[in-house]
Design a binder for this molecule. Structure first.
Ligand SMILES: [Zn+2]
Length: 372
């Protein structure tokens, strides 16, 4: 295999992308689907570098050393167009999609292909998806469209059916730990701990490693949520600002890693940790989504601990807290809460008031009897 692929783990997905690069005949429309921050953008950029690379032998692409590969790495290749959600609703707008379609209709400037990468394609609203349909069905010669989606269910059937689907799954923690050590971000013991906390998502591990305080914040957030299983209604609602502030720190950490996509240029980065409630609508939505994502991990681990699965809990140092909270939790309530989390996450991405969604979650988070 060429040395230039940066994707870690994902043997099946990487094999499909390697074949597309070596054959020089990629599908016109690709859907990379898998959990958030598992490496979809990294795989998409491997494909872009591979298709645009100037190395003579297709089997050696991407070389990551030629002018084209370097432009892909610096995000300034004229034949590569990246689209990420922006604005308060974190949507990909129909205007963005239309200008992308316009770009794809032109001939390649430097390479053999013109490539569009749509990050967070699960945030394309139905109008934007419909605008893409014709291009997905009959891509202009040399055009390749890559949709990256956390949640395939958010895409129209008509969009899904026009794409070649490549599925990404969780990455072995050992592989993630090696990546962290290789990049000099952590020594072996810390890398193992971060990889475990990341639950198979290299993007999460990189974010945690890049921001030393993130692991502390994440631990505090987990502990607060576990403590809240024994709290009353008033205590639960009172905890919202601190939880959102911690979640905002985690989103800031995440924005500094490549897998998280480019920062939203329209808005300055948040400056204060305790400003979650007073932050801009877009930041509040991001904070709520980060909180929901972290909460999903905690809820899953709580369910795992309740079922007696000690070894499977992500944050081993919190195992006692998990077991204490799990002792009084009803497993049906726990399952109902997990499905509520998924529903509210989709609602907050689409339109729902993020503060209200967090309050609903706080009030429905399973309760344990208070012990002395
Ligand atoms: Zn190259």
């Amino acid at each position: 295999m060429a040395a230039g692929f940066r994707t870690r783990g994902q043997p099946a997905a990487l094999a499909a992308i390697t074949r597309a690069v070596a054959s020089e005949r990629p599908p016109g429309a690709l859907l990379l689907a898998g959990p958030a921050r598992v490496g979809k953008t990294a795989l998409a950029l491997d494909l872009c570098a591979g298709l645009l690379c100037l190395a003579d032998d297709p089997a050696r692409r991407p070389c990551r050393a030629c002018a084209a590969c370097r432009k892909v790495d610096h995000d300034n290749h004229p034949d590569l167009h990246r689209l990420a959600p922006s604005g308060a609703g974190l949507q990909v707008s129909i205007g963005q999609v239309r200008s992308l379609i316009g770009e794809l209709a032109l001939l390649p400037m430097e390479g053999r292909f013109r490539i569009a990468v749509v990050e967070a394609a699960h945030r394309l609203n139905p109008d934007a998806q419909n605008a893409l349909l014709k291009t997905l069905e009959e891509p202009p010669a040399g055009a390749v469209i890559v949709l990256c989606a956390d949640d395939e269910a958010a895409l129209l059937d008509t969009v899904r059916s026009r794409c070649t689907r490549v599925r990404l799954g969780p990455v072995d923690p050992q592989v993630i730990a090696e990546l962290l050590v290789e990049r000099g971000l952590a020594d072996a013991p810390r890398a193992a701990r971060l990889a475990r906390a990341a639950g198979g998502r290299p993007g999460v591990a990189l974010a945690l490693a890049a921001a030393p305080e993130a692991l502390v914040v994440r631990g505090r957030l987990t502990r607060t949520l576990l403590d809240l299983t024994a709290a009353d209604r008033r205590e639960r609602l009172a905890a919202a600002p601190a939880l959102l502030a911690d979640a905002l720190v985690l989103t800031d950490a995440a924005r500094e890693t490549p897998d998280a996509g480019p920062p939203d240029a329209a808005e300055p980065a948040p400056t204060s940790d305790d400003a979650a409630r007073g932050a801009s609508p877009s930041e509040r939505r991001r904070a709520a989504l980060a909180l929901i994502a972290a909460w999903r991990d905690v809820a899953r681990d709580l369910a795992v601990a309740a079922a007696g699965g000690r070894g499977e809990v992500r944050e081993l140092e919190l195992l006692e807290e998990y077991e204490r909270a799990a002792a009084g939790i009803d497993s049906a309530a726990s399952a109902a809460f997990l499905s509520r989390l998924d529903g509210l996450s989709a609602a907050v991405e689409a339109y729902a008031n993020p503060d209200l969604a967090v309050d609903v979650l706080l009030l429905t988070w399973p309760r344990t009897p208070r012990t002395a």
